[in-house]
Design a protein around this ligand. Structure first.
Ligand SMILES: [Mn+2]
Length: 370
């Protein structure tokens, strides 16, 4: 559980940045940002669910009536106002905004805010400039506290157990969705809030799609299968990918796996504080480029991870963000040969004072099953 004192710390940092950037208030809607600052988690809703964080006043929730008690119970924020289905939210928000004297200022909004809710803001508040919360909250969220690292560690354990279970069940005749269901059951039954993203079981030629949608395909002899999954613990995510081969596989698959594995090792060995995120991507990409497979490595080397499965820092060639101890991100090079197969290897690491440490000890070698 995130403790009250942690929220206070997060708020202090947030208010400092608001001051520096002349931001008058933050309008948080359901998102990782909302959870990070308030402790309230909910999926985006069609009803407006809002937390207003004015620079000089205490934060205030404005939530649908049916969430009133829940929010009072879960959040450290005491001021909770409810609006019912039969009242007009635009008028009500207009009144609250007048009360808080929110006008002629810069307001930060959640990046994923629904357009229909943005229109309510536009109708209720006048003379304001809107910016995205990611423009400044990312700086705070990127470096994880010891507690946050523990949450990711726990989430990684769930994912590791799930991966272990499905690999032992993986054989000719099984269907992709059966293995995905088993993985998600394994995570849930251990106490995870659920998968951190849709579990990927990509078998045979489906493995050439990095984000294959797990389907009804039956696993066959000679298949290369990519398992990519993650669990949540206290709403912090984990993420792990392994490639499994069934029966007799071609030497080409083995050769490509070896290449991906070298790119992974090269990236990992370069991670340390002070180096740029972009240089990690370049290190991995160089190995694959030089072997002539650069055009088949069709995504960035990794992504930050925390409450969001994909967040800053992105391990992308042009990202000049300097790595710092406490940052957590994935290293996941892959090679995808269209219509044939794909191979990926992924672990999440935390940057330490001298290098980095993966969250899992799951073997990184290619896995062979009969
Ligand atoms: Mn990933």
């Amino acid at each position: 559980m995130i403790e009250r004192k942690d929220f206070k710390k997060r708020f202090t940092k947030t208010k400092n940045l608001m001051n520096q950037r002349d931001i008058g208030s933050i309008f948080l809607t359901p998102s990782a940002d909302m959870y990070y600052l308030t402790g309230v988690w909910t999926s985006p809703l069609e009803r407006l669910f809002l937390c207003i964080v004015p620079i000089d006043e205490d934060p205030l929730f404005v939530v649908p009536k049916l969430y009133e008690e829940q929010v009072k119970k879960t959040s450290w924020i005491e001021n909770v106002r409810a609006w019912s289905d039969d009242s007009k939210i635009t008028t009500q928000l207009g009144n609250i905004v007048r009360e808080l004297q929110i006008q002629k200022q810069k307001i930060a909004i959640t990046d994923s805010l629904l357009v229909k809710h943005f229109k309510i803001f536009q109708q209720s508040i006048s003379n304001v400039e809107f910016i995205y919360t990611s423009e400044f909250l990312n700086h705070i969220r990127m470096c994880k506290s010891e507690n946050e690292i523990k949450f990711i560690q726990n989430a990684s354990k769930f994912a590791e157990k799930a991966l272990d279970s499905i690999i032992s069940e993986c054989k000719e005749g099984k269907k992709e969705f059966e293995l995905a269901a088993l993985a998600e059951f394994e995570m849930r039954k251990r106490g995870s809030e659920g998968p951190s993203f849709e579990t990927i079981v990509a078998s045979g030629s489906n493995s050439s799609f990095p984000h294959h949608l797990t389907g009804r395909r039956t696993i066959q002899n000679g298949d290369c299968i990519i398992f990519d999954l993650g669990a949540k613990f206290d709403y912090y995510c984990s993420d792990i990918t392994r490639t499994v081969c069934i029966g007799k596989v071609s030497s080409k698959i083995k050769k490509i796996y070896d290449l991906v594995s070298r790119a992974y090792q090269e990236a990992i060995s370069n991670v340390r504080p002070g180096i740029s995120a972009g240089s990690i991507d370049k290190a991995a990409r160089k190995i694959i480029d030089e072997a002539g497979y650069g055009e088949y490595f069709i995504h960035r080397t990794g992504h930050g991870i925390g409450i969001d499965i994909h967040e800053a820092p992105y391990i992308h060639e042009t990202n000049s963000t300097k790595l710092e101890a406490g940052m957590t991100f994935s290293i996941e090079p892959g090679i995808y040969i269209p219509n044939r197969f794909g191979v990926r290897l992924e672990n999440v690491v935390v940057v330490t004072d001298s290098g980095c440490k993966p969250f899992t000890k799951f073997p990184t070698e290619m896995i062979f099953k009969s």
